[in-house]
Design a protein around this ligand. Structure first.
Ligand SMILES: C[S@@+](CC[C@H](N)C(=O)[O-])C[C@H]1O[C@@H](n2cnc3c(N)ncnc32)[C@H](O)[C@@H]1O
Length: 223
C-alpha cells in the first residue's frame, strides 16, 4: 500500500510493534500501512466522525486486526493502555484540546507522535509546560508543504530558547536541511511583507521580532 511521505515519516518514529492508538484516523492510512508492513499486536483507530471512520471501515477485510471506534480524542485511554498514540493531520490547537481533555488518563500511553498542520510552536510550548518531554522531531516536505513530526513521552521539563520553541530545538541541533529551507523562505516572506507600504507599525514590530527569531535559528547552521 502506498502511503504519503508525511505518514511514512510518522511510521518511522514508531519503533516497538506492540499497541498503537491512531486518533482522528479518517481514511485510516496509517493503521492500514502499519497492519500491512509491521507486526503490531494491537491497532486501534478512532475518529469523532462516523463519516470519517466509515472511510476506513470500508477498506477493512474480515481478517483485519484493526479495531475501529467512534470516539472523541483520547477516550480510549480511559479504560485501556497503549504503547503509542498518533495524532496527525490536525491543527495544533485541536491536538492541545484533545490532550487537555485527557489530563487524568493521558499517561496511560507511553509515547505520543504528533503531526500538527499549523502553529506547531504552540504544541511544543504546551508539551514542555505540561509534563511531556520531546524525544525526537523530523521534518518532511510533501507537495510543497513543510511538516514537522514530534515524538514525545513524559519527563522533566527542558529549557528551550524562544527561537527553538518556534523552529524546533531538535531539528536545529540536527542542522535539518528542510528546516533550513523553511527558515530561508520564511525570512524572504517576512521581508517581503515588511516592505509593503500599507503595513501598520504594530505589524512591522511583529515582523521584526519574527525576523530576529529566524536570524537566531539560522545562526545555528553556522556553528
Ligand atoms: C485531516 S484528518 C487527518 C487524518 C489522518 N490522521 C492523517 O494524518 O492523514 C483529521 C481527522 O480528525 C478527526 N477529528 C477531529 N477532531 C477529533 C477528535 N476530537 N477526536 C477524534 N478525531 C477527531 C476528523 O473527523 C478527521 O477525520
Amino acid at each position: 500500500m502506498n502511503i504519503s511521505k508525511r505518514l511514512k515519516e510518522v511510521s518511522n518514529l514508531i519503533e516497538k510493534e506492540s499497541s498503537i492508538l491512531d486518533v482522528g484516523t479518517d481514511h485510516g492510512y496509517l493503521p492500514l500501512f502499519l497492519e500491512e508492513n509491521r507486526n503490531f499486536e494491537k491497532i486501534v483507530a478512532t475518529d469523532i466522525s462516523i463519516d470519517s471512520l466509515n472511510k476506513l471501515k470500508s477498506k477493512l477485510d474480515k481478517n483485519s486486526k484493526i479495531e475501529t471506534k467512534l470516539q472523541d480524542g483520547l477516550e480510549y485511554l480511559i479504560d485501556n493502555e497503549a504503547e503509542y498514540v498518533s495524532i496527525c493531520g490536525m491543527g495544533a490547537r485541536l491536538i492541545i484540546n484533545i490532550l487537555e481533555k485527557a489530563k487524568p488518563y493521558r499517561e496511560k500511553a507511553k509515547y505520543y507522535i504528533f503531526q500538527p498542520n499549523t502553529t506547531i510552536y504552540e504544541l511544543r510550548e504546551y508539551l514542555l509546560i505540561n509534563g511531556f518531554k520531546i524525544l525526537d522531531e523530523v521534518s518532511v516536505v510533501e507537495d510543497g508543504y513543510y511538516y514537522n513530526i514530534i515524538k514525545a513521552t513524559f519527563g522533566q521539563k527542558e529549557d528551550y530558547k524562544d527561537y527553538e520553541l518556534k523552529y524546533s530545538k531538535i531539528l536545529l541541533e540536527k542542522k535539518d536541511k528542510n528546516t533550513l529551507n523553511y527558515l530561508k523562505k520564511e525570512k524572504d516572506r517576512y521581508i517581503f511583507i515588511r516592505e509593503k507600504e500599507n503595513i501598520s507599525d504594530n505589524r512591522k514590530k511583529q515582523i521584526e521580532k519574527e525576523l530576529i527569531l529566524i536570524e537566531r535559528a539560522l545562526k545555528r547552521y553556522e556553528l
